[in-house]
Design a protein around this ligand. Structure first.
Ligand code: EPZ
Length: 456
């Protein structure tokens, strides 16, 4: 069975070899979204499973020889790349059209994650903990991921060394060995999501008890805890800043339903807000969205419960300018900063946006300026002077969430916006154009520039 999904996120035929085009950077990813502005979105959109929950859980499956199944897995480029990594390690992986991903690591053929895959996303680093725990060795190239800062991995490495791993770095690779990891008290300098998850996974098969202090508290970490415990691990405290892991000798299999993607949900909420629309986002966990909901309400957006797992979002004629600062969960999520900046570009008044999590996450400001936005960036602060209108333009997606923000701006702009390099967006949004189209947006995916008429 082919392990790939098309770059557009189309799913392979069930159990068929499919005619799926392997994604090759720089070859078949020269795609664009063309967005015609001016449509008020309306209707209901279903939210897919969480990318940032699925990726560490896929890595965790390496630790068990039994069958693990994840339900509600989105067809995303990052999931496809992680699948390729697992298959190269010797894990049997099966994908079903209903979004069920089956994985079984009966035995591992290798413990090496090669550079051509590792560099395509940040999540390849999640293989370190599981491979050290299962096999006592790992070789992984430095990870890639969104260009939103230097993205160091020192907290990951220090945590794994504290558990007894012997690590060395050479020619862009990290080599690790461990006879058997042993439990330890670990205090993170920063509540890093990835480092918390990597250490959690390494600790589940360690001898003794591990306590992670100043742990990240994101919902995706709680989901990982639930998945690991389903496999027979003994993890408690996820969702708080102290996580306790009691090591066990081995793990079994399990079936786990992935939580909904709170960032996709927030993105769709901003799509409703920025077009003055009336949209229900369905299949969400409202408490995961509290910081986003509060900020949208402050900006004059109506957000009301619409039934179990549903929120109704009604955009104002024009949003109010609102200041916000990104923080680790439960603060305002950094992954929603570009999207809400796009909304603030149309607000009445001036907004001050502070990005405290990543060092360089304002690249979308340059592209929004091409659309007429008035944004001044000084270090980690952006000052946005709202305009009554944005204008369609040719802009470039520089990373996943910046790309999504440009699509949102295009939905509200006068004229046509072409968002280049939508491959970044496909990493984290499943069939974005189909979901927005289902709400009344006019958005098309196209190949090289000019292949789609830019005229209405
Ligand atoms: C996860 O990245 C998410 N990715 C990111 O989502 C998200 O923005 C981020 O958490 C924060 O919520 C996945 O879960 C796959 P961090 P991660 O470690 O783990 C510094 C998206 O758009 N740091 O919490 O890489 C780091 O430089 C992506 O879906 C170190 O200094 O984030 C950053 O400034 C983008 N040393 C801060 O911590 C380390 O060893 C937060 O990083 C690790 C991190």
């Amino acid at each position: 069975m082919s392990g790939l999904v098309r770059p557009c996120g189309a799913r392979p035929a069930a159990c068929g070899c499919g005619d799926l085009t392997p994604w090759q950077p720089g070859v078949n990813d020269v795609e664009r979204f063309v967005v015609w502005g001016g449509q008020r979105l309306s209707g209901t959109v279903s939210i897919s499973g969480s990318k940032n929950a699925v990726l560490p859980m896929m890595a965790a499956a390496v630790m068990s020889p039994e069958l693990c199944a994840l339900k509600g897995v989105p067809a995303l480029r990052d999931v496809s790349v992680m699948r390729q990594i697992l298959e190269r390690l010797g894990v049997e992986v099966g994908w079903h059209p209903d979004g069920t991903l089956e994985m079984q690591a009966r035995e591992l053929g290798t413990c090496e994650v090669r550079e051509e895959l590792s560099r395509q996303m940040r999540s390849s680093i999640f293989l370190m903990g599981p491979l050290l725990a299962r096999a006592g060795k790992v070789k992984v190239a430095y990870p890639g991921g969104c260009a939103i800062g230097p993205r160091p991995i020192d907290l990951h490495l220090r945590g794994l060394e504290a558990l007894g791993a012997r690590l060395r770095e050479r020619h862009g690779y990290i080599y690790g060995e461990a006879t058997r990891l042993r439990g330890q008290e670990i205090h993170l300098d920063f509540p890093s999501v990835g480092a918390t998850e990597n250490i959690m996974m390494a600790a589940v098969l360690a001898r003794g008890v591990t306590v992670i202090r100043n742990a990240a508290k994101e919902p995706e970490i709680v989901d990982l805890q639930n998945f690991l415990n389903g496999m027979g691990a003994r993890v408690t405290g996820a969702g708080t800043d102290v996580i306790r892991i009691e090591g066990v000798r081995e793990l079994g299999g399990c079936v786990h339903q992935v939580i909904p993607d709170r960032i996709e949900a927030g993105t769709m909420m901003v799509a409703a807000a920025v077009t003055g629309g009336d949209v229900v986002v369905s299949g969400v966990i409202p408490e995961h969205l509290e910081a986003v909901t509060a900020k949208l309400k402050e900006a004059g957006v109506s957000v009301t419960p619409a039934g179990p797992g549903q929120l109704r979002v009604q955009g104002p004629e024009r949003p109010r300018a609102t200041d916000f600062k990104t923080l680790p969960y439960p603060g305002f999520p950094t992954d929603m900063q570009p999207q809400v900046m796009a909304l603030m570009c149309l607000a009445e008044g001036t907004s001050v946006i502070t990005e405290t999590v990543f060092e360089n996450r304002f690249k979308h400001a340059d592209e929004l300026r091409r659309m007429g936005a008035q944004i001044k960036v000084e270090g980690r602060t952006a000052v946005v002077k709202g305009s009554p209108v944005l204008f369609g333009a040719l802009v470039e997606a520089t990373d996943l969430r910046s790309g999504a923000a440009l699509v949102l701006a295009g939905l509200a702009a006068e004229g046509v916006t072409t968002v280049e390099d939508c491959c970044h967006i496909d990493r984290g949004y499943e069939r974005l154009e189909a979901k927005l189209g289902g709400l009344g947006a006019r958005i098309e995916r196209s190949g090289p520039a000019g292949s789609v008429s830019a005229l209405p």
